[in-house]
Write a protein that binds this ligand. Structure first.
Ligand SMILES: Nc1ncnc2c1ncn2[C@@H]1O[C@H](COP(=O)(O)OP(=O)(O)OP(=O)(O)O)[C@@H](O)[C@H]1O
Length: 976
């Protein structure tokens, strides 16, 4: 049945033709420039109004209306109205965003009781041609048989069958639930969690148009609304919607553009997509990728915000601490003898002034205090100079007053000259690159290991900032410089799950009244290393009290078969049925899955699959996981003679709408008629939380057809043979510290003895990272990788020993000791060796409990024993490990660490130490256990090293036998 057969065809056609004629006439009236009629401002305003109306009329002509509603009004009788994108009240056309349309057409929960809807028709028009009519709602009271029986296909279904190149407005078919979100109150943070294709982006943009239509004059203007999207490719995809709704001027920005706007275009930083590529890049070591993952999470967290607050506070405290002098201003009026005045303010007074402006950004506080002092002291100076100034004429007096102010200003500048404005990037780098500062400020916020990782990968002035640094930089900028008066009336964030908690804290500072619409899907959170994991985490970030996400599960984009295929994957990894997307019952072909044997077969198959798709599908995506894989595939396709594709690896490029070869993460938010996944093998998509999300995004980009191809084994995520696939931790549990003793760590890394690791740690002053003898294996990997890189860069081969940690004198002394011990066998040296070995034996328990165990018990070369003792001394000096001292060990084990020939001397020393209460003993069954008294650890250790120590009690020292060479403490060769 053709559209002409619809009983309302004639009527609607007439409305269309008449309205077109009416618009033509109105345009004729408006288009000639208005003659200048006196008042220039009134003339300009009139001109602007005319231009706006012309724009509106032209836009309305493109698609005059999309619905007709017939009403029965108790007082007015029967009435017909139309709903379109642009309101033309003279022609009874209402805007879709008007309260009237809200009540009648979209029929949300609250319905009107004044008018009864009899009929709603969906209409498609192309300029002045009436193309289609669908019955959307027919009340039983409408008796026209023809209307009831025919034309009952839904326009929604018809539109969804079409090709999905660029996103279009959905005015004609907005669903009631979607409309309810669009028109919900604007004075709140509205979060929309929605399945792929549920219309989140469409809702976001219609909501902006709705707010502007209804509240433009009161609250919102196109310029005070901020719309943030992930990248230009995505913004290109959605660019048509707002203009088609009559809103051309609302800026839509990428997160990068927003960042550049705030931080300046000189800042070089990597994009969000590059940050993900770096994590996926298997040519990088797993340790480095795990570090990035963990650092990204930490730098993006709200704790980082607290750390930055503390940082600013510490810079401020240092400034306050430097204000110790009284400020004195001597003012002398040139050429006027005796015309001088002096004012002063104490340091306490100036510090109090500073405290009074403490809530201002740090970089403006100096100016604020200078202003206060200028005003206050300026007045005082002028008072003192009153008798001179009063005798002058008005003009000279003004000049002299200026002279006074200038002198005061100069002297104030001089006084505060050591206090410069902080540069955001430099201050940020300094924070991350100064381990002691970071440790002090980060205490209680991050573990020592996490702080160490932040330092390990801190930005330099030669490397770009990582994406995960950006929110922290913006937050720091807020603290240093404030928001520059920028404040948005409404903020919309699409793909909101990908912004970091700290980004939201920054957004909150730029929001005038916490009016926001945030849309996203946690199942598509492929930037899990820095993004939002639960919407509830926004409560803290945005400082709001409650937040109930709207949940949209119906997916409009994809056919039932595609959604079921994607849901199958989620169910396989344990996602509950009630959390899966609900498909519309729009049918399509079953997704095809093929394993290919060889690369050449894969390439041939991809070409034949995409070229045999029906012509009507204009948007086809061939998706590989990474950009590198896309480039490789593109060159293989070209080599096979197929060049009809667009390689889309640049996030800022425009999709031209044909066959695109595109990396997985760049398809975010996009949609295609056909999707072909070119590398769905087990290696490319391992079963972990990151890859399941990545693949979910990829699969749900397809509107009509989906093809899966792979070489080798299919990813377990898509393997239909396995109903349950347990997920592995991402990047081998990058986020979970794997605490190990050094011996456990070394045991699974053959090739290096354990004490090699101990010495390297000591050499880099990292022993403090050992907590109760354990260290995070990821952190060790990173430190050792950094160590290897540094030593290979210096090309100095084997590392220097831990002795390097000591200052030069002590180093020299210890090196000498070690050499003497190794080279000499005089009887005196034998004595010294016995002491060293004894002390080493006594303290080995401490070494062990700190994870610093040396593998070959009793046979460790003496030079190494000295080094190990030096390591321990160092660690104790740094305030660690002491708590682990005083552990019991058997006397026998201690003596075993001494060569047989020297045991007698060692026994003698043991007795001496016991006699002086430096070691205590207890009976444990048959055995005798001994341990060092905690307070004596260091002196005993220094005895072993032969170091003179101020901790030795003089009396005690005199009472024990004189130490043999080379441990001659009576004639120390070095002092500490
Ligand atoms: N009410 C509707 N009428 C017609 N089409 C609709 C409707 N709602 C959504 N769509 C269509 O469904 C597709 C998906 O919409 P949109 O991109 O807004 O969803 P999304 O939730 O943002 O998706 P994703 O999370 O996957 O990026 C688009 O083609 C859109 O036009």
């Amino acid at each position: 049945m053709s559209v002409q057969d619809h009983p309302y065809y004639e009527h609607i056609s007439r409305q269309l033709t008449d309205t077109f004629a009416w618009i033509g006439k109105r345009l004729d009236e408006l288009e000639p420039p208005i003659a200048y009629g006196g008042d220039r401002y009134a003339h300009r305003a009139l001109q602007k109004q005319n231009l706006e109306e012309i724009e509106k009329l032209k836009l309305s002509r493109q698609e005059l209306f999309s619905a007709r509603i017939d009403l029965e009004d108790p007082s007015e009788g029967q009435e017909t109205i139309y709903v379109g994108k642009v309101a033309l009240p003279d022609r009874r056309i209402y805007s879709w965003a008007s309260p009237f349309a809200r009540q009648l057409y979209y029929r949300p929960d609250e319905t009107t009781d004044t008018a009864k809807v009899r009929l709603i028709l969906n209409i498609t028009v192309d300029n002045d041609r009436l193309c289609e009519i669908y019955n959307q709602y027919v009340d039983a009271s409408v008796e026209d048989e023809l209307v009831q029986a025919q034309f009952t296909d839904s326009l929604l279904f018809r539109l969804l069958q079409e090709s999905h190149g660029k996103l279009r407005d959905i005015v004609a078919t907005i669903q009631a639930r979607q409309y309810r979100i669009i028109q919900s109150p604007h004075d709140q943070v509205l979060v929309v969690q929605g399945a792929p294709g549920s219309g989140k982006t469409s809702i976001a943009l219609h909501r902006v148009a709705y707010l502007l239509y209804n509240y433009q004059s009161e609250t919102f203007t196109a310029q005070n609304i901020l719309i943030l999207g992930p990248n230009r490719l995505f913004l290109g995809h959605i660019s048509g919607i707002l203009p088609s709704l009559g809103q051309r001027r609302v800026p839509q920005k990428t997160v990068d553009e927003w960042t550049t706007e705030l931080l300046g275009d000189k800042l070089v930083f990597e994009s969000q997509e590059e940050s993900l590529e770096a994590l996926l890049d298997v040519t990088q070591s797993a340790a480095m990728r795990a570090m990035r993952y963990r650092n990204a999470r930490n730098k993006s967290s709200l704790q980082m915000g607290v750390l930055i607050d503390r940082y600013i506070q510490s810079i401020y405290a240092a400034i306050l601490g430097r204000i110790t002098n009284t400020f004195t201003c001597n003012c002398q009026l040139q050429g006027l003898r005796g015309a001088n005045a002096t004012v002063e303010r104490s340091a306490d007074h100036i510090r109090a002034l500073l405290e009074s402006v403490q809530n201002r950004p740090l970089n403006v506080r100096r100016e604020a205090v200078e202003d206060l002092l200028l005003r206050d002291l300026g007045r005082e100076l002028l008072d003192q100079l009153g008798s001179y100034l009063n005798s002058l004429d008005a003009q000279s007096r003004q000049e002299r007053e200026r002279e006074v102010r200038e002198q005061l200003q100069r002297q104030l500048r001089q006084y505060f000259s050591g206090w410069n404005k902080e540069n955001v990037a430099i201050a940020y780098r300094r924070l991350l690159r100064t381990p002691s500062l970071l440790r002090r400020l980060g205490e209680g916020l991050f573990s020592d290991g996490d702080l160490e990782l932040l330092t390990q990968d801190a930005p330099t002035n030669k490397t770009p900032f990582q994406f995960s640094d950006l929110a922290a930089l913006m937050y720091l900028k807020l603290g240093l410089e404030g928001a520059d008066g920028v404040g948005y009336a409404h903020i919309v964030v699409d793909e909101a799950q990908d912004l970091t908690p700290l980004h939201f804290r920054v957004l909150q500072a730029y929001s005038r009244s916490s009016s926001m619409t945030l849309l996203g899907d946690l199942s598509q959170g492929i930037y899990g290393h820095h993004g939002i994991e639960h919407w509830s985490s926004l409560l803290d970030a945005l400082k709001v009290e409650n937040l109930v996400p709207e949940n949209l599960r119906e997916s409009y984009r994809s056919t039932r078969q595609i959604i079921e295929f994607a849901n199958g994957m989620l169910a396989r990894v344990g996602v509950a049925a009630e959390d899966l997307a609900v498909p519309l019952s729009r049918p399509g072909p079953t997704p095809t899955t093929h394993r290919l044997q060889q690369r050449s077969q894969l390439v041939a198959n991809i070409i034949s699959t995409v070229t045999s798709e029906p012509q009507k599908w204009s948007a086809i995506a061939v998706i590989c996981k990474t950009a590198a894989a896309c480039r490789l595939l593109a060159s293989d396709l070209t080599a096979a003679g197929f060049t009809d594709y667009q390689l889309l690896v640049d996030r800022n490029s425009q999709y031209k709408g044909a066959i695109a070869i595109i990396p997985s993460y760049l398809t975010k938010g996009m949609e295609f008629d056909v999707v072909l996944v070119a590398d769905a093998d087990a290696e490319t998509y391992p079963p972990d939380a990151l890859h399941v999300k990545l693949l979910y995004v990829v699969l749900t980009r397809a509107a009509h057809a989906l093809h899966i191809r792979w070489l080798g084994a299919v990813t377990p995520l898509l393997d239909q043979q396995h109903p349950h696939v347990p997920l592995q931790p991402v990047l081998e549990g990058a986020l979970n510290p794997q605490l190990q003793t050094i011996s456990e760590y070394a045991a699974v890394r053959p090739g290096r003895p354990m004490d090699w690791y101990v010495e390297r740690l000591a050499q880099m002053d990292k022993l403090r990272l050992l907590h109760t003898g354990k260290i995070d294996a990821h952190l060790m990997d990173v430190i050792m990788a950094g160590y290897t890189a540094a030593s290979s860069a210096n090309d100095n081969g084997e590392a220097e020993s831990a002795i390097e940690l000591f200052d030069e004198d002590v180093q020299q002394f210890l090196t000498q000791q070690a050499e003497l011990l190794n080279q000499s066998d005089e009887a005196a040296v034998q004595d010294a060796l016995a002491i060293t070995q004894l002390v080493y034996g006594l303290l080995r328990n401490q070494l062990r409990s700190a994870g610093l165990e040396v593998a070959d018990e009793g046979q460790v070369p003496l030079s190494r024993q000295v080094i190990m003792l030096a390591t321990l001394a160092m660690a104790i000096q740094r305030g660690r490990l002491i708590e682990s001292a005083g552990r019991w060990t058997t006397r026998q084990v201690v003596l075993q660490s001494v060569d047989k020939g020297r045991r007698a001397v060692a026994e003698r020393w043991l007795a001496t130490l016991e006699q002086h209460g430096m070691i205590e003993s207890q009976e444990a069954g048959q055995r005798r256990q001994i341990r060092i008294v905690t307070t004596w650890v260091r002196p005993v250790l220094e005895l072993g090293l032969g170091l003179p120590t101020e901790l030795w009690d003089r009396e005690l020292l005199d009472s024990i036998p004189h130490l043999p060479k080379p441990f001659d403490v009576a004639t120390p060769q070095a002092t500490r």
